[in-house]
Ligand binder design. Structure first.
Ligand SMILES: [Zn+2]
Length: 59
């Protein structure tokens, strides 16, 4: 099986529902993604992982 191409983890702002890319921490292959410190659109600091966002259809 080929290694899947990595895509950044994405987060959804709980306030305005903007999708933002996670912030990389560490070096490959051990790096992880964390939610941004604040939303660029509204300044909120609460994010949900896009994979866990219940109201995103088609994922
Ligand atoms: Zn926001």
């Amino acid at each position: 099986m080929a290694h899947l191409p990595e895509r950044p983890k994405e987060y959804v702002c709980e306030n305005c529902h903007t999708i933002v890319a996670g912030v990389v921490h560490g070096e490959p292959p051990d790096h992880t993604y964390e939610s941004p410190s604040e939303c660029a659109a509204c300044g909120a600091t609460e994010f949900v992982e896009l994979d866990r966002y219940p109201s995103m259809p088609g994922q």
